[in-house]
Design a protein around this ligand. Structure first.
Ligand code: URA
Length: 238
């Protein structure tokens, strides 16, 4: 059950104050009856809400694109650390979104948050091989040999041999800048792949997932709802 004024404010009908005025004016009907109490509790799954005669579609799912900043964990709750969900305002948190997969605490970049379990599963299922592209700063000189090694698959510290990954060298030197696309998501995968070739990842950012690139207008810590077109792209890829 949620307060009607809160629901309408969350749905973009104005500030809490504006919404209260709308309700007091008699513009809002719940289950066919005009309700003038802004604190009226609504069961959104059972009761239809209409504003000026227009019925609000019941909204089940939310899809958020975030540029995850460093220093927060990809979780809904954590006893010690700040979480990605804690960065969201209440009007998104009421939908109980969770991150689709994980980025390490020190990794930044594209993270999708949703409350749609099926959608999340489609993106994460190992069999689907959804591509994920990262930009990384590497301590050490990344070479053609590394490109070949990643293409063939490298053996991680636990003996797992990775699937073919695409490595592009953007800057080569004592510090290198690379782009890597992997189609699986083992724990610390990119960092461990570079470890396997004797190098260290010192900065990591996810820049794309499932054919969708991170919106570069989003600074670290910023987020927005995903568009229908963006959701399409991700569905199409699955
Ligand atoms: N690979 C890593 O090592 N860390 C991440 O956060 C994502 C991919």
């Amino acid at each position: 059950m949620q307060r009607i004024d809160k629901i309408l404010a969350n749905r973009g009908f104005g500030t809490r104050k504006e919404v209260k005025a709308l309700i007091k004016d008699g513009a809002v009907e719940i289950a066919g009856k005009v309700v003038r109490d802004p604190g009226f509790l609504v069961d959104t799954e059972q009761q239809k809400i209409a504003v000026n005669g227009e019925v609000l579609a019941y909204r089940e799912h939310i899809y958020i694109l975030m540029n995850k900043p460093q220093g927060v964990v990809s979780a809904t709750e954590d006893r010690k650390e700040r979480t990605v969900v804690s960065l969201l305002p209440e009007n998104y948190r009421i939908y109980e979104p969770f991150p689709v997969g994980r980025l390490d605490k020190d990794t930044e970049g594209m993270l999708i948050l949703t409350n749609d379990g099926q959608f999340s599963h489609q993106l994460l299922a190992p069999k689907k091989h959804v591509p994920k592209t990262y930009l990384a700063r590497i301590e050490g000189r990344v070479t053609e040999k590394d490109i070949e090694a990643f293409k063939a698959g490298v053996v991680l510290d636990d003996g797992y041999k990775t699937l073919p990954a695409k490595l592009i060298i953007l800057e080569q030197g004592r510090l290198s800048l690379i782009e890597i696309t992997i189609c699986e998501g083992k724990f610390h995968q990119v960092k461990r792949m570079f470890q396997a070739v004797g190098k260290e990842v010192i900065y990591l950012k996810r820049i794309a997932m499932g054919g969708l690139a991170l919106d570069d207008r989003l600074s670290p810590g910023e987020f927005r709802e995903m568009s229908e077109e963006e959701l399409e792209i991700l569905h199409k890829d699955n």
